[in-house]
Every structure is written in C-alpha cells, then in structure tokens.
Design a protein around this ligand. Structure first.
Ligand code: ADP
Ligand code: MG
Length: 504
C-alpha cells in the first residue's frame, strides 16, 4: 500500500527520573458515535442540541415490555469502520448486558459486546511526520449504547437528567498498548477521526462529545516494552491507570504527561501504582482518582436475552468492502506518486476529503506541484483568514485552474496572479476575462521591454557603471522595470534585456 514510502518508527517518549529513564506505554479506548439519524435499538432521533428529553422513545426510557430492535445501518457503519482499519470482521457477534445503575441509563444496564465483538484485530498507521509512522494495533471494535446526561449544576436542590443521548450508537475502538508518547496518542485519535470521516461512519466532532477517549497510561524501563512485544506478556509492562472521557487532543496530551510523571514519582518513592480510573482536571492540569478499577464481574455481564446473536453474511461484508472509498493512506500515496507532491503537502491536502477533491480538480491535467502550492499557500491561507471552510470557498477549482493556466501560458506573472486571485476571491468572475478586461496581461513584447530598460538606464547612468563592475547589481534594473510596468513585464525577458544591455 505504502511500499514506496519508507517509514521509520519514532522513538518512544522517555522521561528522566531520579533513578534512571522511563518510557511511556499508552493504550486508548476510543468511543465514536456512529453517524446515524436513529439510535442503536430505537427509532428515536440522534439530533444534537435538541430540546432535552425530546428524542426519547419508550425503548430508551426503558418502559416495561419494550424490546430493542437492531438498527441495521449502525451495524453497517461498524463493519465499514472495521474494514477501514483493515480489521477482521466477525460474522457472528453477540450483545451483552453490562449492569450498572445511573439515572441517565434507565434500563439499569448498558447493551454492549464484551465477549463477541463485531470487529476483531486491525491496525492504524499513525503519521508522525514525513517518513515517520507508528503502526498501532487495534484489538477490537464493539458496538454499544451511549448513556444520557445527568445535570447537577443547574439547581442547588435538584438534579436533572436529559435522555436524548441515551441509546445512541457508539463504536468502542480498543487499541493495543502500542502508543509511546502524548503526541502519538493525539495523532492516533486524529488518524482514527480522519479515517472515520473519510468513511462517513462518525463525524468526529469532539466538542459535541461524538468522539472521546479513555486513555490508559503506564510507565516502564527502557527495554521492557520490547520484551512485551516479543512475548505479548503484560507482566513486562507497568500497572496502568485509565483516564476517562477525554474529548480534546490537547487535554489528552496534557493528561498523559501529568499521569506519567505522577506514576514515576510514586514508583521512585518506593510505592506502587494502583490500577484505577482517573479524571483529568484541565483547570488544575492534573488527574485525580475517580474509582478503583472495576472488574468485569462487578458488572455481572451476561448475554442480552432480548437480542439474538448477530449473524452477518460474508457477501454483505464483501459488498461493503468493494464500496469503500479511497482511504487517507492510499490517497496520500497516490498524491505523492501521481502528482509528484512531497509527503508533507500530500498529508495537508488529504487531511479532509473535501480539500483532497478540490485539489484533484485543480491539478487534473496541470502541474501538480504548482496546483498544490496554490491550494495550500494561497487558497487555504486566504480561507483561514476569513475563517471559511474549503466547502464554501468563493474560488472554485475551475477558477483556480484558470489562474494556473494563465501562469503556465506566460500570460501573467506570479505577482499578477496573486492580485488576480484576490480579485476572483472577492469579486468572482472568469480569470481570463478579468485579465483581458483589466489589461493585466504580461508584457512579452520585446520592443516594449527594451524601451523600458533603455529609459531606466538612461536616467541612471551611475547605476549602469556600478552594475557593469558588479553584475550582482543588475537585479536592481530588473526590479525597476517590473515596477515601471506594474509587474506586467515578463521577468525572464526583462532579465535577458538588462544583461544584454549591460554587456554582461
Ligand atoms: P479493561 O478490560 O479494563 O478495559 P483492557 O485489557 O481491555 O482492559 O485494556 C484496555 C486498554 O488499556 C487497551 O487499550 C489496552 O491497550 C490498554 N492497556 C492495557 N495494559 C496497559 C498498560 N500496561 N499500559 C498502558 N495501556 C494498557
Ligand atoms: Mg475498558
């Protein structure tokens, strides 16, 4: 797939303690809300920001006698996500009840997949810069219900509950502990987000809580991780703590950094890390204990009696695989080989499918590198200034392509092209027509250029003598001619005339 790109793995992050170096080991459980209009087991809407408790069916409210009905669309999205992560799809999976009581989940249990998840082992390539990537193994993806929201800070005497989110479909993507630093953890979440956005299976909106992560952190001595890799024996790794419910890349990094240092201090002090669930407090920049790590048996998991095991057909999985869109790694590789881009430019252009499609429309049949420069530097820069998205760019790919064609034909200089771009951006219009109507065409008429050079040389005899003695100063004349022609003279032609006239 990425055969032509040679990747090396980044070094693990080390922290120097008082007793020697430590390395970080991180595994993530990412909860991704499936982009579905209806919930996992009911027809209620999943619309964000709706009036509290307006998207609640009898099933979500756990009225007696209500039975869950699987939303096939959600299953398909989980399969698509699994295929996108190059994972094994389990044709036979089953739902279990995870018993716990909180008012935001009126059933008194969450329907999840503990024993037989729908997706098995896969992998993600986490890019850490051109030529540097880490392969993070995916352990499993299972489907489960989300809980609602208890609200304790609206009234001093009463708690409220909003069940709109109750029963919304989540995919829990569990990684192996293959992530070796805070930046990698953030990049891993970013890569999952990118892949799911390409697939359309999760919108990746972290602010709305549609993508959040439980972050498991432990520390070990250099060399211990290699032993774990060779044996897959967790005994070589340190005791982990799990930081719950992180929905910001920045906080994920801060929390890991803090947590690793906290654990190192405990161990170096002669203590031992207690496996527990912790919460990150962004205001204080620290993690604090929430509860000691529960065991699976505390939840009294058992197969959900309301749902039959989920059996899917290999043909169906194959048809989903055949219809998968091109994914980020493949698109990036194609941009590098097909358009001659640097890996960096290809990464920038493939971050979102919309930007990639825009670029391709501009680059098709033109110089790929020039198209990339214009899209990244001029267009993205200009859009950013206006806080606009590529999807509502005032300049269409056809218009930008038109500007590139004018440059390629030598009709306009690079400087004029930037002015033209700004006109098209603010006023719209056909680039070629604007150039014709406003007399922006580059002057390649040698007679006109020679006249301009002669005029400037006649007015600056001292400068002519200096330039003849020191050819480096010839550039001054080129600059003057460009200025005099309002940037419209062909710089190459001007350069030739100046050099000839100076007798260089
Ligand atoms: P649980 O059942 O308690 O959720 P899992 O074994 O499923 O525990 O692991 C949960 C997550 O913790 C996984 O992403 C896994 O990679 C990670 N993990 C396991 N051991 C460690 C460790 N020693 N250090 C860091 N992460 C770990
Ligand atoms: Mg867990």
């Amino acid at each position: 797939m990425l055969d032509h790109l040679t990747h090396t793995a980044p070094d693990p992050r080390t922290i120097a303690g008082t007793t020697g170096d430590w390395e970080l080991v991180i595994g993530l459980e990412v909860h991704a809300q499936i982009a579905s209009k209806a919930k996992l087991f009911s027809g209620a809407s999943t619309q964000f920001g709706a009036e509290p408790n307006s998207n609640v069916s009898f099933v979500d409210a756990a009225m007696p006698g209500m039975l869950p009905v699987i939303n096939a669309f959600c299953i398909e999205q989980a399969v698509r996500t699994g295929l996108g992560l190059k994972a094994k799809i389990n044709l036979w999976s089953a739902f279990d009840r995870k018993n716990y009581f909180y008012p935001d989940l009126p059933q008194g249990y969450q329907i999840s997949q503990l024993y037989h998840p729908i997706v098995g082992e896969g992998e993600v390539l986490v890019d850490m810069g051109p030529g540097i990537a880490r392969r993070v193994r995916i352990e499993r993806i299972h489907i489960e219900q989300d809980a609602g929201k208890s609200i304790h800070d609206m009234d001093p005497g009463v708690s409220f509950v909003d069940l709109n989110r109750t029963g919304v479909a989540l995919m829990e993507i569990v990684s192996r502990p293959d992530i070796r630093g805070p930046e990698e953890a953030a990049a891993y979440v970013g890569k999952l987000r990118q892949i799911m956005r390409y697939l359309g299976t999760c919108d990746g909106n972290m602010q709305n809580g549609n993508l959040r992560a439980d972050v498991n952190v432990s520390v070990c001595r250099p060399g211990d991780y290699e032993k774990y890799q060779q044996t897959q024996d967790f005994a070589h790794l340190g005791t982990r703590c799990e930081i719950k419910n992180m929905n910001s890349m920045r906080f994920i990094q801060q929390a890991i950094e803090y947590e690793a240092r906290r654990q190192i201090a405990i161990i170096e002090d002669g203590g031992s890390v207690v496996q527990e669930t912790r919460l990150y407090d962004p205001d204080k920049g620290e993690t604090r204990s929430m509860r000691s790590k529960e065991e699976a048996h505390d939840y009294r998991y058992f197969p959900c009696p309301d749902l039959l095991p989920l059996e899917i057909e290999q043909d169906w999985v194959d048809s989903i695989r055949d219809a998968l869109p091109e994914l980020p790694d493949e698109k990036k590789a194609r941009f590098v080989t097909g358009f001659g881009l640097t890996e960096y430019d290809a990464s920038v252009l493939t971050a979102e499918t919309e930007a990639a499609a825009y670029f391709e429309a501009v680059a098709e049949g033109r110089d790929g590198k020039a198209a990339a420069n214009w899209v990244i530097n001029e267009l993205f820069g200009r859009l950013k200034k206006d806080e606009r998205d590529i999807t509502d760019s005032p300049v269409s790919p056809e218009q930008l392509g038109g500007i590139l064609d004018l440059i390629a034909r030598g009709d306009i200089s690079g400087k004029i092209a930037k002015e033209l771009f700004e006109i098209v951006y603010t006023e719209g219009g056909d680039p070629a027509e604007i150039v014709a109507a406003r007399g922006m065409k580059q002057v390649t008429d040698m007679g006109a250029i020679e006249a301009a050079v002669d005029e400037i040389m006649a007015a600056n005899p001292a400068q002519v003598e200096k330039a003849q003695a020191n050819p480096k100063l010839a550039g001054w004349f080129v600059g003057q001619v460009m200025k005099a022609t309002g940037g419209k003279a062909n710089p190459k032609a001007v350069n030739e005339v100046v050099t000839a006239r100076l007798g260089l």
